[in-house]
Design a protein around this ligand. Structure first.
Ligand code: TYD
Length: 206
């Protein structure tokens, strides 16, 4: 496979979307061809799945359904966009990936991690990112950010849920230190951006 696959992860309110946008802009200026996409979503089918998952009215959704829908959205995005891009030598930057499922549905909801890994191995054919950037923030601080805007079904979860998600991310990162770069999301937008850019560029060059 020619392209490099990079994912960005973090709790709700970590500033991830802002950073993905800045990174996208900068890579364009540097004329580095890459596909920037997001989960859940990124293809017409996956976006439809996204709207089912995040719909506030779907509060009867059981957790296994949620996990399977994320995996379904992911399988489509990989098959339709990510793998063809990587095969053509185009780098891919994805806002969230399998680690989100392990952190939210595993550590957050309490679903069995090995089951989630098995479902996601099937959905992704085992495709792993070369680099994962984790924007780390305490949920108490993150909640102040997203309480200012309209929230979706997952963002409405209580503080303890988001604390488990954050802990989960840190545990996952600890197991794979070579893949993860943890960045303190409380730094300024500019500082976080520079750190992400440096790490991404060094990964693309090596
Ligand atoms: P989104 O609005 O894209 O949030 P963000 O900008 O923070 O990425 O909504 C995605 C929500 O779905 C977010 O709360 C995290 C959650 N999620 C999971 O629970 N599991 C997953 O596998 C993925 C990809 C996302």
């Amino acid at each position: 496979m020619g392209g490099i696959f990079i994912t960005l992860e973090g709790c709700d309110g970590s500033g991830k979307t802002t950073q993905v946008d800045l990174l996208k802009k900068r890579l364009k200026e540097l004329e580095i061809p890459c596909l920037v996409t997001r989960e859940p979503g990124g293809t017409p089918i996956s976006e439809k799945v996204r709207s089912i998952i995040l719909d506030e009215q779907n509060n009867s959704m059981v957790w296994r359904t949620e996990a399977l829908l994320y995996a379904a959205s992911r399988a489509q995005l990989i098959g339709e966009n990510i793998v063809p891009s990587l095969n053509n030598g185009i780098h891919v930057i994805c806002d969230r990936y399998v680690d989100s499922t392990l952190a939210y549905q595993g550590y957050g909801r309490g679903l069995n991690i090995d089951d989630l890994i098995a479902i996601n191995d099937f959905a992704t054919s085992g495709l792993k990112p070369h680099l994962t950037i984790l924007l780390d923030i305490k949920p108490e601080e993150a909640i102040q950010r997203f309480s200012r805007r309209k929230t979706d079904r997952l963002e409405k979860e209580k503080l303890e849920f988001h604390q488990r998600v954050r802990e989960g991310y840190l545990q996952i990162a600890k197991k794979e230190p070579d893949r993860f770069k943890i960045i303190n999301a409380l730094e300024s937008i500019k500082e976080v951006h520079e750190e992400i850019l440096n790490k991404v560029l060094s990964t693309l060059i090596n």
